[in-house]
Design a protein around this ligand. Structure first.
Ligand SMILES: C[S@@+](CC[C@H](N)C(=O)[O-])C[C@H]1O[C@@H](n2cnc3c(N)ncnc32)[C@H](O)[C@@H]1O
Length: 273
């Protein structure tokens, strides 16, 4: 049933890397719940679900990765999958089939805040996944009405103030970040052009989190993606799957690389060869 949902999405080998690292974080989160609070229901909300299958390399998409891990690890869980593209949402429904713990929501993911306030308790435990194709921001049209693709940053900021036990997991495009950062610095676009545009290093504060993990950039030959998980419960890294603690030397180098002086970093690297 899941395989029938295969459709071209233009992903690359980078996708395998992404799903592998996301699945490792799902495992880590579910393990914590399994041992620390087994009576609680784990809630997962995927804000950019896609069709459920990445055709090119025949790998499952993020919803299927989560369901596979959850079914093997927990009895009590529920998952909500936002996808606004009707064709992708239909394929996802087909990929999941009838599943009493899952719901596909064909809507703009900004709706998630209203949706969560109706269904979750502020003490609910779980995760929100953002996998927007671009950086962690929300598109706008020249400062007018939002087009609204990407991540609903303003709603996420509100959500994490209220829901302290929900983690933010994100796969974000650092090439997009670079382009937008340069456009803003050069004044090509106004400060309002990218709604909710924050540096990686600001994320803990912006999303009211105490700690996090981060991966090194993974390139698909065109764009480079960094993955993050932000939490209030500090955990170890998960190095064998490429996840480093927010305060680690590796993380510091990642922050410096994306926000620092690239020429100086390149010169330093050359001098070390
Ligand atoms: C990179 S793809 C997601 C891939 C998926 N997470 C996976 O691992 O296979 C991004 C998806 O987000 C959806 N999307 C973008 N903006 C959205 C929005 N505002 N609301 C709901 N879905 C959105 C797109 O239609 C697209 O399917």
């Amino acid at each position: 049933m899941i395989r029938d949902a295969k459709k071209k999405q233009g992903q690359s080998v980078q996708t395998m890397d992404k799903e592998r690292q996301l699945a490792a974080i799902f495992c880590m989160n579910l393990n914590i719940v399994r041992y620390a609070c087994p009576s609680e229901i784990y809630t997962h909300i995927d804000l950019n679900s896609g069709s459920g299958w990445n055709d090119e390399f025949d790998v499952p998409g993020s919803p299927i990765a989560f369901i596979t891990v959850a079914e093997s690890m927990l009895d009590k869980w529920q998952a909500y999958f936002f996808e606004w593209n009707p064709a992708a949402a239909a394929q996802l429904r087909e990929a999941i089939g009838h599943h009493p713990r899952c719901q596909v929501i064909e809507a703009d993911n900004a709706m998630f805040l209203e949706f969560a306030r109706k269904r979750l308790k502020t003490r609910s435990i779980g995760s929100i996944l953002c996998d927007p194709n671009g950086y962690l921001y929300r598109t706008r049209t020249n400062g007018k009405a939002p087009i609204g693709s990407g991540a609903p940053v303003a709603e996420l900021v509100e959500f994490f103030k209220e829901y302290r036990r929900m983690d933010l997991i994100a796969n974000i495009n650092m090439r997009t970040y670079d382009l937008q950062k340069k456009a803003r610095e050069k004044g090509v676009v106004g400060p309002d052009s990218y709604s909710g545009f924050y540096r990686l290093q600001e994320f803990l504060e912006v999303f009211s989190k105490r700690d996090g993990l981060i991966t090194k950039g993974a390139s698909n030959g065109h764009s480079t993606f960094v993955r993050i998980v932000l939490r209030n419960l500090p955990t170890d890294g998960y190095r064998k799957w490429g996840w480093y603690r927010w305060q680690s030397p590796e993380a510091r180098r990642i922050f410096e690389y994306y926000d620092g002086d690239r020429k100086a970093a390149a010169k330093l690297q050359m001098s070390l060869l």
